[in-house]
Design a protein around this ligand. Structure first.
Ligand code: ADP
Ligand code: ASP
Ligand code: MG
Length: 413
C-alpha cells in the first residue's frame, strides 16, 4: 500500500519525539508499505515566528511572512529524514516547492492549484521515503506561500490525492476525533467514524484536529482519512462517507470557536443595494463572513450584525471605513469577546428538536444567545466568550454525548 503519514507539531515537538516518529515510519516501511511522510513545524514554532514578525512590523508583508513561516517545517523534515536514515531507512526531505506544490499567490492562505509530485514518484520508485514539509507551496511568481494555519493537514491530503495513495493517516496528540475538544470536556468520547460533512462542519466550527480545507479537499477527491495518535496504537477515527447507521444519532459533536468577532453597523439606510455594497466590498477583500443578522428597520434605517474571523478585524475596519452610503460613513462597532458554540450531526436531517434543546440548555445556564445560525446539519449560537466552556460542557451533556460515568477519555498526550 501507499500511505501518507502526517505528523503534527506536538508529534515532532522535540528530538525524542522525532525519533518516535521515525520509529513509526520505519515500522510501516518494514511492513512492506511505501510511505510519504508530511510533517509540521515543532509545536509553538509557527506561533513564535509570527510573534517575532509582529514585533518588527505592525502588519508584516505577507510575502516575507510566508518565507519566514515556511522555515519551521523545513527544520523538522530535515531532522526527521536524518533520523530515518540513521535507522537504515533511506529518506529524503523536500520543501513544498521541490515536490511541485503549486498554489495561487494569496500569501498566508494560499490554495493548492496543482501538485506535480514528480520527485515524490521518483523517490518512491528508488525505495526512498520522501519527507515533505507541510503547510507550504510555491506561487506562480515562484514565491513561497503558506496554506493557512493547520495547513500541513492539507499538504498531506493533497499529496495523498495526487499520488492516489491508499490512505492518508493524520497522526496527532489525540487518538481521534472526539465528541468535543477533550481538553475541555473530560468525558468526551472518541468517534469511531465521522462523515466528511460532519468533519467539515466540526473543523470549520472550531475543532482544530483537522484543518477545514483539508477535509474539503479529502471530500472532493475521495481521500480516505484517518485521525490517529502519534503516541499510542489505537483504531483512531475514520473520516468516511455517510451511511444509514450514522443518522441514528442527532448530534455527533459539539464545538466552540473563540476566534470570531461580531461587527455591528448601526443606522444603515434601509434600501436596496446597501447590503450588497457592504458585503461585496468585504468579499472582494477576501474576508469570510459567517453569520449575518439584519434588524427590523426603524424610520428607514436598520442595524446589521455579522461575524468575521478575529484576525480579519483590522481589514474589516479598513474596508468598512471606506464605504459611504448616501454620502455618509458607516457607524461600525466591534465586539471581540464572543464565542460561537455549535452542535453538529448528519442525524439532524431526520431528528427534530435539536435547536430547541440547544436553546433550552443555554437558557438553563443563563447564557444569553446573541446570534443564531443553522444549516441542515449544524446549529450555532454566538454567546459571551466567558461562558464558552460552560456552554460546551452543558450541551455535550444535554445531547448525551459523554462516555458512561467514570470511563476515562481525553488527550493521549
Ligand atoms: P497537530 O499539531 O497534530 O496538527 P492540532 O493541535 O492542530 O494538532 O489538533 C489537535 C488538537 O485538536 C487536540 O489536541 C485537541 O485539543 C483539539 N481538538 C479540538 N476539538 C477536537 C475534537 N472534537 N476532537 C479531537 N481533538 C479536538
Ligand atoms: N505549522 C503550521 C501551523 O502551526 C501548519 C501546521 O502545523 O499544520 O499552523
Ligand atoms: Mg493541526
Amino acid at each position: 500500500m501507499l500511505i501518507v503519514q502526517k505528523f503534527g507539531g506536538t508529534s515532532v515537538g522535540d528530538l525524542d519525539r522525532i525519533q518516535k516518529v521515525a520509529e513509526r515510519v520505519a515500522r510501516t516501511v518494514a511492513e512492506g508499505h511505501k510511505v510519504v511522510v508530511v510533517a509540521s513545524a515543532m509545536a509553538g514554532q509557527t506561533d513564535s515566528l509570527l510573534e517575532m514578525a509582529h514585533r518588527l512590523h505592525g502588519n508584516p508583508p505577507a510575502r516575507e511572512l510566508d518565507l519566514l513561516l515556511s522555515s519551521g517545517e523545513r527544520v523538522t523534515v530535515a531532522l526527521l529524514a536524518m533520523a530515518l536514515n540513521a535507522r537504515g531507512v533511506p529518506a529524503q526531505a523536500f520543501t513544498g516547492r521541490q515536490v511541485g506544490i503549486e498554489t495561487d499567490a494569496l500569501h498566508t492562505r494560499a490554495r493548492i492549484e496543482r501538485i506535480s509530485g514528480e520527485r515524490l514518484k521518483v523517490a518512491l520508485d528508488q525505495g526512498i521515503t520522501p519527507v515533505v514539509a507541510g503547510f507550504q507551496g510555491i506561487s506562480p511568481g515562484s514565491d513561497v506561500t503558506t496554506l493557512g494555519r493547520g495547513g500541513s493537514d492539507l499538504t498531506a491530503v493533497a499529496v495523498a490525492a495526487a499520488l492516489r495513495a491508499d490512505r492518508c493517516d493524520i497522526f496527532t496528540d489525540v487518538d481521534g476525533v472526539y465528541t468535543a475538544d477533550p481538553r475541555i470536556v473530560s468525558n468526551a468520547r472518541r468517534l469511531e467514524r465521522v462523515t466528511f460533512e460532519e468533519m467539515l462542519e466540526l473543523a470549520s466550527l472550531g475543532a482544530k484536529v483537522l484543518q477545514t480545507r483539508s477535509v474539503l479537499f479529502a471530500m472532493r477527491h475521495g481521500v480516505p482519512v484517518q485521525v490517529l495518535s502519534s503516541f499510542t496504537d489505537g483504531p483512531g477515527t475514520l473520516v468516511t462517507k455517510e451511511d444509514a447507521a450514522m443518522e441514528q444519532v442527532a448530534v455527533s459533536g459539539v464545538t466552540y470557536d473563540r476566534n470570531q468577532a461580531k461587527v455591528t453597523i448601526v443606522d444603515v439606510p434601509d434600501h436596496p443595494g446597501v447590503a450588497a455594497l457592504i458585503f461585496g466590498a468585504l468579499g472582494e477583500a477576501g474576508i469570510l463572513i459567517d453569520m449575518i443578522i439584519q434588524n427590523i428597520s426603524h424610520a428607514g434605517s436598520t442595524d446589521i450584525s455579522f461575524t468575521v474571523p478575529r484576525a480579519d478585524l483590522a481589514r474589516v475596519r479598513e474596508v468598512t471605513g471606506k464605504i459611504r452610503v448616501d454620502d455618509k460613513p458607516l457607524d461600525v462597532t466591534v465586539a471581540d469577546r464572543i464565542a460561537k458554540v455549535s452542535a453538529v450531526g448528519v442525524g439532524m436531517r431526520s431528528h427534530t428538536g435539536v435547536a430547541s434543546q440547544m436553546f433550552k440548555t443555554l437558557a438553563d445556564e443563563e447564557i444569553n444567545i446573541q446570534m443564531i445560525s443553522t444549516s441542515e446539519i449544524k446549529i450555532s449560537c454566538v454567546i459571551d466568550e466567558r461562558y464558552t466552556e460552560l456552554a460546551v460542557r452543558a450541551l455535550h451533556d444535554a445531547f448525551g454525548l459523554g462516555t458512561a460515568a467514570g470511563a476515562p477519555a481525553g488527550p493521549a498526550a
